[in-house]
Design a protein around this ligand. Structure first.
Ligand SMILES: [Zn+2]
Length: 225
């Protein structure tokens, strides 16, 4: 079973407990007993963001102890830089938070393909992908309407050149005429503005959300990323 590691925790001093999203798109825990005693190197690669294949005895349990495990793909370069670690940590934190709450099976493919091409993306492209993740989750909750067309002039958007607005996305030309917008910038602060600023239209949509989704957003905003 292929799975993407979302969190790694040391248990009983020498074992690892891995929180993952499996290829079935479901939350799956794996326990690797004693690995910190015998295989320090592998244990480093059993960290968040790495994709592994776990051979199991087909038992459907909440926590599985795999018979074998092999690395499939790692988003990290050989020499890991601090900025890169921080970006992946942010990406996985957003993902983990929303996945654990929304449990959308389609999320596995989304994260897999992103981590797969992560090594060839530059810093700006990676930030852009992180922004897209924020937008995707807001969209899933009905708070944001992401379109590949400019909301004003209806022209197709260039993937790396667009502006965000609470009501949708704008192209370079239409975006430039609005000085309050930040180009390609989307962040925790932006979500928070949407949430607290009653003058922004998104609040009307927010009022129609289910109680569960409202709580989800409240929790998201109370966590610092
Ligand atoms: Zn436009």
């Amino acid at each position: 079973m292929t799975a993407i590691i979302l969190q790694k925790k040391v248990v009983n001093d020498t074992s690892l407990l891995l929180k993952t999203i499996s290829e079935k798109g479901l939350l799956q825990y794996f326990k690797i007993p004693g690995i910190l005693k015998s295989q320090k190197r592998s244990s480093m690669l059993l960290s968040a963001g790495n994709i592994w294949n776990f051979t199991t005895n087909n038992n459907i349990k909440k926590t599985i102890i795999p018979r074998e495990f092999n690395l499939v793909q790692s988003p990290f370069d050989k020499e890991v830089k601090y900025d890169e670690l921080k970006q992946i940590a942010e990406l996985l934190k957003i993902f983990d938070f929303f996945f654990s709450n929304l449990e959308l099976p389609s999320l596995y493919k989304k994260l897999y393909s992103l981590l797969e091409k992560w090594p060839v993306l530059n810093l700006d492209e990676r930030n852009n992908k992180i922004n897209r993740f924020y937008l995707f989750f807001l969209q899933e909750m009905g708070l944001f309407n992401f379109s590949d067309l400019c909301q004003k002039c209806k022209k197709p958007l260039n993937e790396n050149d667009y502006y965000f607005l609470a009501e949708g996305t704008l192209c370079e030309t239409c975006g430039k005429s609005n000085i309050v917008l930040d180009k390609n910038y989307f962040s925790y602060g932006w979500v928070s503005t949407c949430y607290y600023d009653k003058s922004i239209n998104v609040i009307d949509k927010y009022n129609n959300l289910s109680r569960a989704n409202r709580n989800l957003i409240c929790n998201f905003l109370s966590e610092s990323i």
